[in-house]
Design a protein around this ligand. Sequence first.
Ligand code: CTP
Length: 414
Amino acid sequence: MNLAPQVERYLPHQVLELVGTISREADRLGQRAYLVGGVVRDLLLGHPNFDLDLVVEGDALELAERLAGTTQAKLATHPRFGTAKLSCGDFTLDLATARGETYARPGALPTVTPGTLSDDLLRRDFSINAMTISLAPDDYGELVDPYQGKVDLEHGLVRVLHSRSFCDDATRILRAVRYEQRLGFSLEPETARLLERDIPMLRTISADRTRHELELILREKHPEHAIRRLGELGVLPEIHPALKGNGWIAGSFDKARQLSRAGQLPSLYLCLLVYHLSEQQNERFIERLNLPNSLADVLRHTLRLKTGLPFLNRPSIRRSEIYRFLREFRPVAIQSNVIASEFRSASLKLELFLTTLRYVKTSVDGERLRELGFPAGPELGIALRRLQTARLDGEVKTRAEEEKLALSLNPQGD
Ligand code: CTP
């Protein structure tokens, strides 16, 4: 089957030009280059995907260097693995020399040996990701599909290529569910059986790799589908025994999308995922995934704020008190409590802080206080804080009113 028309139709002009250059330069070097993996799958489905993966029969590094020279793309190479990455504006191109892989033990990083295109496809996760499109001029656009990935795409199936697949690399358990839910597919029955059998193999995967796969899930359009499915299959407890993929998660993720910026979503989803964990359970979750400090703090703030919500729920609380209480918390942790809190009145106060209070500034600053005759020293700080309280609580509304209040606070004034 020739997919040249799909390549022309679905790849944007800039990417097509690059594909043409790859085809020519590989041929000049006596190499054969193939598009592989996600881009082939998505071309067949008619979905856009501009992250190109290329497998090269020959030397991917040599080809990458040549391409970097002709296209001005930024080049990063990993000679040990025979891989290179070219970044060009909005899209990236990953190149790898065709290789075979063996696993010294389950979950270990693979030992890589040079191999044929067939070896390279056999080492991949699922049939739908194990197809290539040739870019060689003599058979440009030809689909290479030794494991019937196209048939599986047509039947909506995620299927592993051999029975040790999840043992070799248990991140594939998370990947299988991600693709299944993203594409609205099913796990092929034997694949589902192997997946359930090999769930304990997730323990062989490092915290960093597990976190990476979870992050990929949380970057999906509707991650709650994969989370629910992971719960249903019994995978979630392998990440943390208290994690749930229930209706509450679905509802709160949905609300998160309505209320928040796209860039904030993955960390917000993570906060919601741990929202019903105890602080101790949360610490184990942080450790299990080796979360970076900044993200770990967001999760800790989320749970700490949750226990502090009754303080905000008081009807008589002043705006300055809300401000002083909440300014210690990370905005994403506050946002997660807006979404998850059962206290309607506390939620409104959290929103008030996020939309308004945190931006309130006094017109009079320290320098102006000095001009107004304030002595340097602790009184200056106390006066600034008093002015801020007055601004937040609406006691002063204009610069003139602030200055009047400032003058009345000057210990050296009359
Ligand atoms: N791959 C694999 N096993 C893994 C990770 C990746 O076999 N554990 C292979 C698959 O062939 C996959 C390709 O490497 O298609 C590229 O991986 P990645 O960029 O993670 O996935 P994409 O297929 O590009 O999918 P996505 O749409 O999620 O980016």
